[in-house]
Design a protein around this ligand. Structure first.
Ligand code: 8YV
Length: 314
């Protein structure tokens, strides 16, 4: 008889996390698209659930696991977890803040440079032999001296701002509320913020309250020399409006790590040289994925030892 507490691995898990979970628990793998009305009895005994941020935990999986005590999310963003349903049902939720901040901020800065300096498009032209054939690449915009607007000055937004401080002409930010301790200029109106920015970097949390925070009007306010970078969640930008603004060159370019319907990316973007696309890689370094896994494990260990959770959301 196996005495290890039963848990559910919901959707695919990072291999190191899966291996460490299997040392501590009886792990039942449940596919993200599994028929939840037909879960075997031993799976329904699960006391915890672990999942990627992209899978999360909708109300239906919580309801299908009557003994569920805790959800350990391998992600800082918990937009795919029904936190209200968890709260109502006394289910704790943990995420993985802080450990991924630096790497997500690094990718945002990388995407900014790649987009403004045409790094990806120029790489393609070199590979295609165009340079050798005498094609002259177009001159690019520049990052140094530009007005960088951070949309969402939280942990990650601040880490991005810190990295860009030495090169920015100005750093401004837009939040629901002014941050008490930020050394950057707060712009309370979204359109003013976009109009005063050469670059917008989207770093808000990605919950429903942030949906389409960047709309067509904001993109037009950013203007034809403006660039947008998104390392938050696809839904924060009205994706149709973004594709249209890029197609019409009403903005100069975009560096995107996240999309509304990942891993599906609007095909119209594939042919656009002024767009840099990433497959949601913000936290995807060897170092940070291990740190995220260790934090998920530490939260589970704390829960099963009756200790306070390290990084609770609920
Ligand atoms: C992950 C993320 O790529 O932490 C987040 O919010 O988006 C990323 O770290 C993803 O959620 C994998 O679980």
């Amino acid at each position: 008889e196996n005495r290890l507490p039963p848990i559910v691995a919901y959707g695919p898990l990072y291999p190191y996390l899966k291996q460490e979970l299997e040392r501590r628990f009886t792990v039942h793998a449940v596919a993200a698209d599994a028929d939840l009305s037909a879960l075997p009895a031993d799976v329904r005994e699960a006391r915890a659930l672990v999942s990627f941020g992209s899978v999360g935990a909708p109300a239906a999986i919580m309801d299908a696991l009557p003994k569920l005590e805790m959800i350990g999310l391998f992600s800082v963003g918990y937009d795919k977890v029904d936190v209200d349903h968890a709260r109502t049902n006394g289910i704790r939720v943990t995420n993985t803040p802080d450990v991924l901040t630096d790497d997500v901020a690094d990718l945002a800065v990388g995407l900014l440079y790649a987009t403004v300096r045409n790094i990806a498009a120029n790489d393609r032209m070199v590979r295609a032999g165009d340079w050798a054939r005498g094609v002259k690449p177009a001159l690019s915009g520049r990052v140094t001296g530009s007005r960088i607007g951070i949309l969402g000055l939280g942990r990650i937004g601040r880490a991005i701002a810190k990295r860009l401080e030495p090169v920015a002409g100005e750093i401004l930010y837009h939040n629901r509320r002014e941050a008490a301790d930020a050394p950057y200029r707060y712009v309370s109106d979204g359109l003013d913020f976009a109009q005063q920015s050469d670059v917008i970097i989207v770093a808000t949390s990605g919950g429903p309250e942030a949906a389409k925070l960047v709309d067509a009007a904001m993109l037009d306010a950013l203007g034809p020399d403006g660039v947008i970078v998104n390392i938050s969640r696809g839904r924060v930008i009205d994706e149709d409006a973004l594709v249209a603004a890029l197609a019409d060159k009403r903005i100069a370019g975009a560096g995107l790590d996240v999309f509304v319907n990942e891993p599906q990316v609007p095909e119209a973007l594939f042919a656009m040289d002024h767009v840099v696309l990433q497959p949601h890689q913000g936290s995807a370094t060897v170092h940070t994925r291990k740190a995220m896994a260790d934090l998920v494990l530490a939260n589970l260990d704390a829960h099963f030892a009756g200790q306070p959770l390290l990084t609770p959301v609920v």
